[in-house]
Design a protein around this ligand. Sequence first.
Ligand code: GCU
Length: 137
Amino acid sequence: RAAATYEAEAAQVAKGKVESNHAGHTGTGFVNFDAVSDAYVEFTVRAEQPGATKLDFRYANGTSVDRPLDITVNGTQAADDLSFPGTGAWTTWKTASVTTALVAGTNRIRATTSGVDGPNLDSLIVTPQGPADTEKP
Ligand code: GCU
């Protein structure tokens, strides 16, 4: 089923800065988490159907140190310390993924710093894991 992309710079941002100084991001920029705890980006995602959904967080981490984020959906933990390992450069973007259940309707998907700093977060790619539409009866 079709994937949808949500840009971090268009999401709700707390204690993070929208920047665009590293090439390769999609949209108009990315969110640079500051070195403070409880910084977050919250994406509002509408799902047509409930069920297992793959969340791919596109990010860069130019250091060699993991910058984990806690992921919640509507306030419920989906991943504790999801790993965002070094990507080799601030211009090299990779994805960190978790598969979790979404509800039909509005889902508030929040990525929060759990340590002192987070990666540069570009976007969230949401891919429902249900059977393809063509396979439905
Ligand atoms: C560098 C880089 C930033 C990044 C920061 C960090 O300053 O240019 O984009 O966010 O390192 O370590 O978080």
